[in-house]
Write a protein that binds this ligand. Structure first.
Ligand code: GRF
Length: 190
């Protein structure tokens, strides 16, 4: 399995996937990091791990189609057959969806369909829910709407802060993503 990881931020999930490949928990080759934020810490993580990067600024391109076409060329060149989103803060457009239909997954910090979009953790705190969690799902044209692959519960305790909830959710993410991807790759022809 040849994968590309797309990320925009700190990349703690990116790191957990790199570590899982190194330890043998995730049987895949991470061929490329795609990042739309030139200052993001995830780029540093990729460099440290010796993983090639494709870094771009959306505003340097005419539209989504033009930068996605360039990404697509890069993925084809490297033989990438699966896209893993890990904190990539953009909707995937038709150019990538048409070529990678059913072969793009995302991780989201809530129990979808609750709290889609940005700031799912803040929405959970605001909503006063006692249970939230993590969802791994296939990506379609919508915002966090694709078919659900796996979910895990995280309890919201009394006095929970945004930071403490985020820490609990990320802890779950860092084992759920590698194990779910490995299972998906073993059990499907994707
Ligand atoms: C994660 O919480 C993920 O669920 C969401 O974005 C966050 C990325 O965090 N889609 P990191 O950059 O992997 O640390």
């Amino acid at each position: 399995r040849q994968i590309a990881i797309f990320a925009s931020g700190s990349g703690s999930n990116f790191q957990s996937l790199v570590d899982a490949v190194q330890s043998g928990t995730l049987k895949a080759n991470i061929r490329l990091l795609v990042c739309d934020q030139p200052g993001a810490f995830v780029i540093h993580r990729a460099q440290t791990a010796g993983i090639p990067t494709f870094v771009f600024r959306a505003k340097d391109y005419e539209n989504k189609q033009t930068f996605e076409q360039e990404i697509l060329n890069e993925l084809a060149h490297l033989g990438v057959d699966f896209i893993v989103l890990a904190g990539y803060m953009r909707l995937i457009g038709p150019t990538l969806l048409e070529s990678f239909g059913g072969r793009i997954v995302n991780i989201h910090p809530s129990l979808l369909p609750s709290f889609p979009g940005k700031d799912a953790i803040g929405q959970a705190i605001e909503g006063g829910v006692k249970i939230t969690g993590v969802t791994i799902h296939f990506v379609d044209a919508g915002m966090d709407t694709g078919e659900i692959i796996a979910q895990e519960i995280v309890r919201v305790t009394t006095g929970e802060t945004r930071q403490s909830l985020q820490d609990k959710i990320q802890h779950v993410e860092h084992h759920l993503y590698p194990t779910t991807l490995n299972h998906l790759f073993l059990t499907t022809g994707h």
